[in-house]
Design a protein. Sequence first.
Length: 139
Amino acid sequence: MKYWLLKSEPDVWSIDQQKKAGKKGAPWDGVRNYQASKNLKNMRKGDQCFFYHSNIGKEIVGIVEVIKEAYLDKTDKTGRFVAVTVKFIKKLKTPISLETIKKNKELSHLSLIRQSRLSVMPIDSKSWKILNNMSKISL
């Protein structure tokens, strides 16, 4: 299993909307960056993803799981980009702010910090564990 981080503006698609989509999940579409699209293509069924609210909030708010691997994105008229389908797993007890993530030196290598505009990025297993532990601590 691999780990990922998916960014969404909460006024476009929020963790609560993802939860309402239920077991059937919802397509993660609209990605038009080639590096992010490549990351979508590398996702496999069962992979876990942090759900990150970008622009408003700037924090990890939940976890979703890939339930359908890459397929043509129906919102892309060019036919070049893909989508995956993800389902809600849980909301974090305590959202993890970008500011808090930046303060942890063990996470300084993450694309979230180094490539802040990338909307789909891998997370290594050590960082996944650190971030999950951070979500259980009230700050």
